[in-house]
Design a protein around this ligand. Structure first.
Ligand SMILES: Cc1ncc(COP(=O)(O)O)c(C=O)c1O
Length: 355
């Protein structure tokens, strides 16, 4: 920041040096995802990437129908909801099974009825961790000529993506989900399914996203992703161990505890997220507060909107009549087994008094 402060759009030497750093970050990200650098467009994060892909795909291909689920992130639900309100698209919700997984048979039925639709389904749910079968959905979309967008904000940096194999047209990423800087992300746009730009402005990002680049964020993000890929298998195994430990400790310490979504199914759930379902109790209201007092940072729903007074739309859709409490724990490579034990002990203490 002190030495290479040029504007990457400037043609002078200071600018060119920074441009080269951005392009090398793009090349790095593209190599990791096995795609071409031109398919990576830097954004301010996941929300911008989701908005851009959805709005621009609808506009570019004049799509009239969208198929999505009720448990997507608000970056998707609100964007689709607005397009529906403006009569640009008709929105169809795919059925979810009792664990919150997409019913692929119903998706196929919808695709047969509304071919050439926009399909927007997230790869991993940020609240309950459910994983989507991207390959199966990609194949269905391919067969029915749909545009497939997936919010991959929770999975990029945690799982490998081979863009030469996956039949997905647009994906969204946010650096802060893989230990990169906040306020930066990227979108993957398949080169054979190009979309118009969403923001009007300068010619940055190959005319796909006007505006001076977040240089330091982009370089930091590429480095963070590189580290994630380097250590992915070890970290995955380690974090899975933490999650398993937490599940076991909670099961033995907290009477009546269960888990929302498919959290305990390691094949079909994000290893970094555990959504705990707690027996009905008035103390559930104070749970996050009490955990916070003990220095434990957890979330009641999605961290993205935990400031909002409304509850989680994800849990609301899956458990409409439930009065049980919910707390979401997220684990990382920086957590220690002792921390898991102490959180589980605190939970046990709280629920010993209550239950
Ligand atoms: C699944 C998912 N999509 C989108 C977003 C929004 O990303 P950002 O905050 O980078 O805009 C988030 C939350 O951070 C998320 O968890």
């Amino acid at each position: 920041m002190l030495e290479d402060f040029g504007n990457p759009s400037s043609t002078h030497a200071h600018g060119r040096k920074v441009r080269a750093a951005i392009e090398s970050a793009r090349k790095k990200v593209a190599e990791l995802l096995n795609c071409t650098p031109g398919e990576i467009i830097f954004t301010s994060g996941g929300t911008e990437a989701d908005n851009t892909i959805i709005r621009s795909a609808v506009e570019t291909y004049q799509l009239k129908h969208a198929i999505s689920s009720s448990i997507e992130h608000h970056a998707v639900t609100h964007t689709l909801g607005l397009l529906e309100k403006q009569n640009v698209i008709q929105l169809h919700h795919v059925r979810l099974d009792e664990k919150g997984h997409v019913d692929l048979n119903h998706l196929e039925e919808l695709l047969k009825e509304f071919p050439k639709a926009l399909v927007s389904l997230m790869q991993a749910n940020n609240e309950i961790g459910n994983l989507l079968d991207m390959e199966a959905v990609g194949n269905l979309c391919h067969t029915h000529h749909a545009y497939f967008h997936s919010d991959t904000v929770q999975t990029i940096g945690h799982y490998r993506h081979d863009m030469k194999r996956l039949k997905v047209h647009g994906m969204a990423a946010a650096a802060h989900k893989f230990h990169g800087p906040k306020g930066v992300g990227f979108m993957y746009i398949n080169k054979d399914k190009k979309i118009h730009s969403f923001m009007q402005g300068g010619a940055q990002e190959r005319n796909m996203r006007g505006g001076t680049e977040n240089v330091y964020g982009i370089i930091g993000m590429a480095r963070a992703l590189e580290i994630c890929y380097r250590d992915m298998d070890d970290h995955k195994a380690y974090i899975e161990g933490l999650k398993e430990r937490m599940i076991e400790k909670l099961k033995s310490g907290v009477p009546g505890v269960t888990f929302h979504g498919d959290s305990v199914n390691f094949e079909r759930s994000l290893y970094a997220v555990l959504n705990v379902s707690l027996p009905e109790s008035e103390e559930n209201e104070m749970l996050l507060f009490n955990l916070d007092l003990k220095g434990i940072s957890a979330s009641g729903g999605s961290a993205c909107s935990s400031g909002a007074s409304t509850g989680s739309h994800v849990l609301g859709a899956l458990y409409p009549n439930s009065k049980r409490g919910a707390v979401r724990f997220s684990f990382s490579k920086y957590n220690k087994a002792e921390e898991i034990d102490s959180v589980a002990n605190v939970m046990e203490e709280i629920y010993k008094v209550i239950v």
